[in-house]
Design a protein around this ligand. Structure first.
Ligand SMILES: Nc1nc2c(c(=O)[nH]1)N[C@H]1C(S)=C(S)[C@@H](COP(=O)(O)O)O[C@H]1N2
Ligand SMILES: [Mo]
Length: 312
């Protein structure tokens, strides 16, 4: 049962994580892993665990994949520090079980999803996507996930739902970077409802066939490949359907530099640097950045008639 009413709380949600983990270690020692599943205790799913039954998908590109090592050690995840190696160094303190994602707002079926039910919400697919950071670097990452539209359909948005807001975890005890004021926490992102429904937009739970490493946004993160990387919010705890355009963390921090749409666009420079080219991590020469990050054939119709200079 992927969807539960908000009022019905799982035992895993009310057990403090330390006790929950301790109890698990104890049970593993007793060799009762199989029995624990019937008691409603989540399986111990950690980074590096192979994800079963992942389908390859039609959206996979021919581009050479960025090596696993670079994908998992060169990251932006300011909740763990602003240096590229900070997330890999510090994200071990993030506790990803138990974990719930609250779906709320302008929907007919709000609910609290346990992460292990989200893993079974829809068939998991591999999607090899180009990712372009606004800073001027790019990677090709084999994500494992499912279309965001699958969750949206189940939530049954009302006629008032025009945008979807994504909220990352806010817990300075687990996220040392939140003890600094580099951004207003929690990290918030948003999409227009039709963008969120686009088949390329996915919720990722893994990469390279394995459970998502913490530094890449475990246990569940957004991936929107035609937009700059910062739209792809990590470690999501709340998905809210709203009538008005959400104020994202980056718009709040620097509205003249980061707009709501943030579509990859080589013709619209960041006020402090050009967006015309990019360095693919692992390559020497820069590449030309492509409109919509190369996904124009799939997504351009979402923006027909819009002034993309103004609505950047
Ligand atoms: N919660 C949260 N999500 C985030 C960020 C962040 O700092 N916090 N950084 C963003 C940026 S700038 C990029 S480029 C991508 C990087 O994702 P990756 O490290 O998995 O490649 O995550 C995005 N999602
Ligand atoms: Mo980024």
């Amino acid at each position: 049962m992927p969807l539960r009413p908000s009022c019905d709380i799982l035992p895993s949600e009310i057990t403090p994580p330390e006790i929950y983990r301790e109890r698990r270690r104890f049970m593993l020692g007793m060799g009762v892993l199989a029995a624990s599943a019937t008691l409603g205790v989540a399986p111990d799913v950690q980074a590096g665990t192979r994800l079963a039954g992942v389908r390859s998908s039609a959206y996979t590109l021919g581009d050479e994949k960025t090596p696993y090592k670079a994908v998992t050690t060169y990251n932006n995840f300011y909740e763990f520090g602003t240096g590229k190696s900070d997330p890999a160094d510090n994200a071990g303190s993030l506790i990803t079980r138990p974990w719930t994602v609250t779906v709320e707002g302008e929907v007919g079926k709000p609910g609290v999803y346990d992460i292990d039910s989200l893993l079974k919400l829809a068939p998991l697919e591999e999607r090899i996507y180009r990712m372009r950071c606004v800073e001027g670097w790019s990677m090709v990452i084999p994500w494992v996930g499912f279309p965001l539209s699958e969750l949206i359909r189940r939530a049954a948005p009302t006629g008032k739902a025009k945008y979807v807001e994504f909220v990352s975890l806010n817990d300075p005890r687990q996220m040392p970077g939140q003890r600094s004021g580099v951004l207003d926490w929690p990290y918030v992102e948003g999409l227009r409802l039709d963008e969120a429904m686009h088949p390329l937009a996915i919720l990722a739970v893994g990469l390279y066939g394995e459970v998502l490493p913490n530094q890449n946004g475990a246990p569940i993160r957004l991936v929107v490949p035609w937009k700059y990387g910062f739209k792809s919010a990590k470690s999501i705890v709340r998905i809210r359907f709203v009538e008005k355009q959400p104020l994202t963390a980056w718009m709040r921090a620097a509205p003249q530099e980061y707009g709501f749409y943030s579509n990859v666009n080589p013709q619209v420079d960041h006020p402090r640097w050009s967006q015309a080219k990019e360095r693919r991590i692992g390559e020497f020469l820069k590449r030309d950045t492509l409109m919509f990050n190369g996904y124009g054939a799939q997504v351009a119709q979402l923006y027909r008639g819009m002034d993309l200079q103004r609505l950047f």
